[in-house]
Design a protein. Structure first.
Length: 195
């Protein structure tokens, strides 16, 4: 199978409103998930770069949609949802950005829906996955921060989250941006979806 040359990863642009988004001219991989779930860290790991995507020490800071371009494929870092400490108005802006993005006619090759492997499915995770199913969008559930659990516990949590989210286990990937677990598998699923 052809591979994506991640060494070509570059920051494209950051957008604060849906109207600013550039025309969809390439395949797109979108990354969604709660604030602090590990979206930026995962993208850096996939890109093989330490700091191309800013990992925020203060959660909830990424209030923009960030586009990255890699070997003819766009990676879209969506704003993290569900950060408690922002104003209603700011939360509304994020929700509008995310739904506005999915309302556009873009080429959604695959949406990576990130979920923290350590916890039960949260309300907003259920909403996100429910939305992706409803819209019939191709998606994978990427379980993050697996390095925080033993292998046995990882399997237990993956099974639990599979049930809670109503997503078959083979549509879920267990990953860690610390150890690199699951990253090769994720890359081949992305290549399958885009090439
Ligand atoms: N142990 C561990 N920590 C992680 C992992 N991924 C992210 N983090 C940490 O979780 C925090 C939030 O990560 P970030 O990538 O900014 O999340 P985002 O808000 O979803 O973009 C940071 O402190 C990261 O270092 C992981 O796979 N393992
Ligand atoms: Mg981020």
């Amino acid at each position: 199978m052809a591979l994506i040359n991640y060494q070509l990863a570059r920051f494209e642009a950051s957008y604060g409103t849906v109207e600013q988004l550039p025309e969809p001219t390439t395949p797109e991989v979108a990354v969604a998930g709660r604030s602090n779930v590990g979206k930026s860290s995962l993208l850096n790991k996939v890109f093989g770069r330490k700091n191309l995507v800013k990992v925020s020490a203060t959660p909830g800071k990424t209030a923009n949609i960030n586009f990255f371009e890699v070997d003819g494929i766009r990676f879209v870092d969506l704003p993290g949802y569900g950060y408690a400490k922002v104003s209603m108005k700011e939360r509304e802006r994020w929700a509008n950005l995310i739904s506005g993005y999915f309302d556009q006619e873009r080429s959604f090759n695959v949406v990576l829906s990130l979920v923290d492997i350590r916890h039960e499915a949260q309300k907003l995770d259920l909403e996100m996955v429910g939305f992706l199913k409803e819209q019939g969008l191709p998606f994978l559930v990427v379980l993050t921060k697996a390095d925080k659990l033993s292998r046995g516990k990882q399997n237990q949590q993956a099974a639990l989250l599979s049930r809670q989210l109503g997503v078959p286990r083979d549509r879920m990937i267990v990953t860690s941006s610390e150890t690199g677990q699951g990253i090769d598998e994720l890359k081949s699923r992305i290549a399958e979806a885009c090439l």
